[in-house]
Design a protein around this ligand. Structure first.
Ligand code: SF4
Length: 108
């Protein structure tokens, strides 16, 4: 599973950080960014802003996307995660893309 944020829509409220501070962070500009291995991916709009999500954080990242007031957390989910019994609110379905070519990069 991978996640990215559309910074143009982010309100900076920090709810995502509250749900999963290992994957989301707020920078000095008051906008949220994704984190990969402790490193902030601050390349808005670029491919570098897409972070793999460790399996242990899948549920909390989905929850963060559900409560995100900016509706700006986007998820790419791989087949392994898609086959898990993960409940996803229908309101974020448009922000989830199921892919089968992500490999095992998010294993942890
Ligand atoms: S929950 Fe959404 S709107 Fe709020 S800081 Fe995080 S990404 Fe931005």
């Amino acid at each position: 599973m991978r996640v990215w944020i559309d910074q143009d829509l982010c309100t900076g409220d920090g709810l995502c950080v509250d749900h999963c501070h290992d994957v989301f962070t707020l920078l000095e500009d008051g906008i949220a960014y994704v984190v990969e291995d402790g490193e902030v991916q601050n390349d808005p709009g670029g491919s570098g802003s897409l972070a793999p999500v460790p399996h242990k954080h899948v549920d909390s990242v989905i929850k963060a996307a559900e409560v995100c007031p900016g509706e700006c957390i986007f998820i790419e989910i791989d087949q392994a995660d898609a086959e898990r019994d993960v409940e996803v609110d229908v309101k974020i379905a448009a922000r989830i893309e199921i892919r089968d070519d992500l490999g095992d990069e998010a294993a942890a």
